[in-house]
Design a protein around this ligand. Structure first.
Ligand code: NAP
Length: 242
C-alpha cells in the first residue's frame, strides 16, 4: 500500500485508532497533533517497535498557516497526499445564553475552519492527481442537535453541508468526500460524563453499548477502499439516532 494519509488530531481517541488501523494496513501516515506530543510520540514508538514507521507533525489546525505547513510537510516527505482525515475537534458544553463570542469563534475555528484549511491545502494536489479521498469526522449532534452544545452541533451540521457540497464539486476530479457521524464513543472527550450518565445513555442506545474508536476506524478503512461512495454522512451510533 503506497497511499499517503494525513490524520488530523491523531494523538488521542478516534484519531489515534484511525492512525493505528491504517498504519497496520501499510498506509504511509502523517499523524497530526497539537497539544498531546507525548501521546503522539508514544504511538509512533509503539508502531516502530512493530516495524511500522509513521511521521508525526505538530500543527494547530485551527490556524490556516499551521494547516498549510502540515500539508506542505506531507507532500515534501511523501511527494503527494492521497487521503485526508479531518478528525481534530473539541467539544464544549454550555447553556446557549452563556456562550461567549470567544467560545463560539474558538469552537468554529477548531471544528469547522480546521477542515476548510486542511482540505483547501490538500485538494490542489488531489485535483492535480485526479484522485483523492477526504473523510470528515462529524457527529450525531450535527444531524439531530444537542441541548447545551449549540456551538458544537452547529460546527458538525456545517461539516455535513461542507461534505455534501464538496463531494458534488470534486466528484468530476475523482475525489470522494464523505463524513462519519459517530454517536457516543469511548474517548477522553466524554470524560466529563459520570458513570451514571453513561449508563443512562447506554440504556437509550438500541445496541446497549458505548462505541469504541475501532468502530470508527473500521468505517474509515472501508471508505478509503470503496470507490463509489461520496457525499454521504455515515452514522455509526449503535442505533441511538435512526
Ligand atoms: P479526543 O480524545 O478529545 O481527541 C481529540 C483530538 O483532536 C486530539 O488528538 C487533539 O490533539 C485533536 N485536536 C483538537 N484540536 C486540535 C487542533 N486545533 N489542532 C490539532 N489537533 C487538534 O476526542 P475524540 O473523541 O477522539 O474526537 C475526535 C473527533 O470525533 C472530533 O472531531 C469529535 O468531535 C468527534 N466525535 C467524537 C465523539 C465521541 O463521543 N468521542 C462523538 C462524535 C464525534 P491534541 O490533544 O494533540 O491537541
Amino acid at each position: 500500500m503506497d497511499k499517503v494519509v494525513v490524520v488530523t488530531g491523531g494523538s488521542k481517541g478516534i484519531g489515534a485508532e484511525i492512525v493505528k488501523t491504517l498504519a497496520n494496513e501499510g498506509y504511509k501516515i502523517v499523524l497530526n497533533y497539537n497539544k498531546s506530543e507525548e501521546s503522539a510520540k508514544k504511538i509512533q514508538e509503539d508502531l516502530l517497535n512493530n516495524g511500522i514507521k509513521i511521521e508525526i507533525f505538530k500543527a494547530d489546525v485551527s490556524k490556516r498557516e499551521e494547516s498549510k505547513k502540515l500539508i506542505k510537510f506531507t507532500i515534501e516527505k511523501f511527494n503527494t497526499i492521497d487521503i485526508l482525515i479531518n478528525n481534530a475537534g473539541i467539544a464544549q458544553e454550555k447553556i446557549f445564553t452563556n456562550i461567549t463570542e470567544e467560545d463560539w469563534n474558538y469552537i468554529l475555528q477548531n471544528n469547522l475552519n480546521s477542515a476548510f484549511y486542511c482540505t483547501q491545502e490538500a485538494v490542489t494536489e488531489m485535483i492535480h492527481n485526479k484522485k483523492g479521498c477526504i473523510i470528515n469526522v462529524s457527529s450525531i449532534w450535527g444531524i439531530t442537535g444537542a441541548s447545551c452544545e449549540v456551538a458544537y452541533s452547529t460546527t458538525k451540521a456545517a461539516i455535513n453541508g461542507f461534505t455534501k457540497a464538496l463531494a458534488k464539486e470534486l466528484g468530476p476530479s475523482n475525489i470522494r468526500v464523505n463524513a462519519i457521524a459517530p454517536g457516543i464513543i469511548d474517548t477522553q472527550m466524554n470524560n466529563n460524563l459520570t458513570a451514571e450518565e453513561l449508563e443512562n445513555i447506554k440504556n437509550e442506545i438500541p445496541l446497549e453499548k458505548i462505541g469504541k474508536p475501532k468502530d470508527i476506524a473500521k468505517c474509515v478503512k472501508w471508505l478509503i477502499e470503496d470507490e463509489y461512495t461520496t457525499g454521504q454522512i455515515i452514522s455509526i451510533n449503535g442505533g441511538w439516532y435512526i
